[in-house]
Design a protein around this ligand. Structure first.
Ligand SMILES: CC(C)(COP(=O)(O)OP(=O)(O)OC[C@H]1O[C@@H](n2cnc3c(N)ncnc32)[C@H](O)[C@@H]1OP(=O)(O)O)[C@@H](O)C(=O)NCCC(=O)NCCS
Length: 180
């Protein structure tokens, strides 16, 4: 245990191999977002974001993006906007989320948080394993968001109907003076 995150399971080695999004990546990042999120805009708590214009981490293999995490850091902590991996179970998602947690710590964020939807059962388990907790369920928010973004599908993973938003949060431990 290295004590980087609230649960102390973050591995420094894993966070080192992911690159931060640079301006040269923006076009590819936009195309990647469009492929997985039915357009370039994503909704969170009723607010619209354009993740390809935000900061984040990516993993490329043979030039192709195989994993992407985008975030927005502000007074409210670091909000993770999107996370996708195209090679399941190879550790790409874990490395990206650990990079984001470490970045949040570097930026002095007290927490990192995200919203996901009730159908994303695998992601909900994945986030809890890294230490995120479910802190709120916004009932019917996706049904409302679908009115302004009709591309949002009615059903998601395993045909589960998509209605609700789940807010997940991880408290970030600040650096000790001896770690700076
Ligand atoms: C959630 C998501 C990002 C995980 O990405 P991933 O690259 O598959 O993640 P990892 O490989 O790091 O870990 C996932 C699983 O592989 C396992 N794993 C990790 N490294 C592994 C390895 N080297 N060998 C075998 N299994 C491994 C993990 O234990 C984990 O188990 P799980 O299937 O029970 O979750 C991915 O499933 C995804 O893109 N989902 C769709 C989009 C989504 O839901 N995004 C989040 C919405 S906010």
């Amino acid at each position: 245990m290295c004590g980087w995150c609230a649960v102390g399971v973050v591995c420094k080695m894993l966070t080192m191999s992911r690159a931060e999004i640079s301006d040269d990546d923006r076009a590819d990042v936009g195309a990647f977002i469009e492929k997985f999120w039915q357009g370039r805009a994503v909704m969170s708590r009723g607010k619209k974001f354009f993740p390809h214009e935000e900061e984040g981490f990516l993993d490329r293999r043979d030039g192709e993006i195989v994993g992407l995490l985008t975030y927005h850091a502000g007074e409210d902590g670091m909000e993770i906007l999107t996370l996708n991996s195209t090679i399941a179970g190879a550790g790409i998602g874990t490395a990206l989320i650990l990079s984001a947690i470490e970045k949040a710590r570097e930026l002095g964020c007290a927490r990192t948080w995200l919203t996901t939807t009730n159908d994303r059962l695998r992601a909900i388990g994945f986030y809890q394993r890294v230490g995120f907790r479910m802190v709120a369920i916004n009932l019917g928010v996706v049904d409302k968001a679908r009115k302004s973004k009709p591309e949002i599908p009615e059903a998601g993973e395993r045909g589960v109907p998509i209605h609700d938003e789940i807010v997940m949060e991880l408290t970030i431990k600040p650096y000790l003076d001896s770690e700076k």
